[in-house]
Design a binder for this molecule. Structure first.
Ligand code: OOG
Ligand code: NI
Length: 466
């Protein structure tokens, strides 16, 4: 039992190690982190109430830490082993994202912690995509890509061994966990030496830029990390002054008093020096664009009814002004977004009473001090008496339209936008080796658990009189 390091502790340490590695690999990402930290400090200085709330419910030292990263895998076996790797850190696959609708040849899930206490310790998650090789039309090229991918092993032997140890023993000890983190980093590390010739790279690149990114390298380099910001609009505005070029618009809902779901923006991927494989094994200099930095700001998780409304409103906004990659209509799009979103109530009271969002319920001080006989027996009664309060449950997942926007801004403006043949969730889950969890069920379980606790507290010692 206690001989094992907790899975959350391993995840938190891994997240920090990955952050250090990525800052060293992509210095501009370090600049973005500095900006995020400065803006977060400013926001807290401006808003002492917020600072107090964050102090109570979060860890102030960790406010600006990474909340997610992303990788792209090439084969079913890689996805299968990746699920086992993330399980060592208490991360399970949640949700299925079909990016084919936006012309991106991948389907994806998010590996993340699912329990309240684990999310609190470290909410770090990894958006994980599997390339859909079947979409390469040229049969010879598809075959070539498959052969190249079959040759690589993205996991070190020691890592494979420790994944198995964790599975059979139920966890890793301190010394094993340290080695696990070190070996796992190898999987996510950048390799500037391509495993293919320039000609092969070009063919893969012409099929789709993502295909070249996944197939041409030794491993699934982490392609971005994403810290949390307390004011995403401000960071977006300040990026250029720090020499960082932001994508044209912030993805997700408009700015609101009561934030919902997820807002995110990124800086454009950098063009980096790489080396192709020459005919006689020599290195041929080249360039590749893949890695970037992102920021996110999360709000309350929406119930299916709220989410359906969000999807409808987002569609409507995009109908009014399709955001252009060059940013020329960014203001127009943001204005349309704010305008169109007015039907989604901007108060937690309404979001709750209309059944649009998930909340965590708790006994208030007033409720705690009240004579038992005065307490209502049902949740709504308790809430209207002020004996029970509620806090928004934070959205922990991703949004397919937003993810497509992040992908596209980093694949260059000429990335294909045609719809592709729809992806197949069964194929994905077969590769994964199990089903992905349903995000709505997870939020509902968190809400239900808080209601159960509150009602138990209310009923404790109370006479059951009938
Ligand atoms: C993943 C892009 C999606 C997000 O935050 O929605 C994503 C990728 O580029 O591999 O990270
Ligand atoms: Ni991301």
């Amino acid at each position: 039992m206690s001989q094992f390091l907790s899975k959350s502790e391993i995840r938190a340490r891994f997240c920090r190690a990955m952050s250090d590695m990525y800052k060293a690999e992509v210095p501009l990402y370090g600049d973005l982190m500095d900006l995020v930290r400065d803006v977060n400090a400013e926001v807290m200085a401006r808003d002492p109430e917020l600072r107090k709330r964050l102090e109570a419910f979060d860890n102030l030292d960790r406010i600006s830490e990474e909340r997610h990263g992303a990788i792209r895998l090439g084969t079913a076996e890689e996805l299968f082993t990746m699920r086992r790797l993330f399980a060592v850190m208490g991360m399970e696959p949640v949700g299925y994202y079909d990016l084919s609708v936006a012309g991106i040849p991948v389907h994806s899930t998010a590996f993340r912690p699912t329990q309240g206490t684990d999310l609190k310790r470290s909410p770090f998650r990894v958006f994980t995509s599997l390339l859909r090789l079947e979409l390469i039309e040229d049969a010879a090229l598809r075959q070539e890509a498959e052969t190249i991918l079959a040759r690589r092993d993205i996991f070190t032997p020691k890592l494979r061994e420790l994944i198995e140890t964790s599975e059979t023993e139920g966890g890793l000890r301190e010394d094993e966990a340290q080695i696990f983190i070190r070996e796992a980093l190898e999987t996510f590390r950048w390799h500037s030496d391509a495993t293919v010739s320039e000609a092969t790279y070009q063919k893969l690149h012409d099929a789709h830029r993502l295909v070249a990114d996944v197939v041409s390298f030794k491993g699934p380099h982490i392609n971005h990390l994403t810290p949390r910001t307390l004011d995403i609009d401000r960071v977006q505005r300040l990026m250029p002054a720090r020499g960082i070029t932001p994508k044209a618009i912030i993805e997700g809902p408009p700015p609101r008093h009561c934030p919902v779901l997820l807002r995110q923006t990124s800086f454009k991927a950098l063009e980096e020096q790489i080396a192709f494989l020459g005919e006689a094994g020599e290195r041929v200099p080249g360039r590749h664009t893949a890695r970037f930095g992102e920021i996110e700001q999360r709000g309350v998780a929406l119930k299916p009814k709220g989410r359906a409304l969000y999807d409808t409103l987002l569609d409507a906004a995009r109908g009014l002004a399709q955001p252009k990659a060059d940013g020329s209509n960014a203001d127009q799009y943001m204005a349309a977004l704010s305008e169109v979103f007015t039907p989604l109530p901007d108060s937690y009271d309404r979001l709750r009473s209309d059944g649009l969002a998930y909340f965590h319920y708790f006994l208030t001080d007033k409720g705690r001090g009240a004579p038992k006989a005065d307490l209502a027996r049902d949740l709504e009664g308790l809430v209207s008496q002020g004996h029970v309060g509620f806090d928004p449950i934070v959205y922990e997942d991703f949004l397919p339209v937003s993810a497509a926007g992040i992908f596209q801004s980093n694949l260059g403006d000429n990335a294909a936008k045609d719809r592709l043949e729809r992806s197949n969730r069964d194929v994905f889950e077969q590769a994964l080796g199990g089903p992905v969890a349903d995000e709505f069920a997870l939020y509902q379980a968190l809400e239900d658990a808080s209601i159960k606790t509150v009602l138990e507290e209310v009923n404790q010692g109370a006479l059951v009189s009938q």
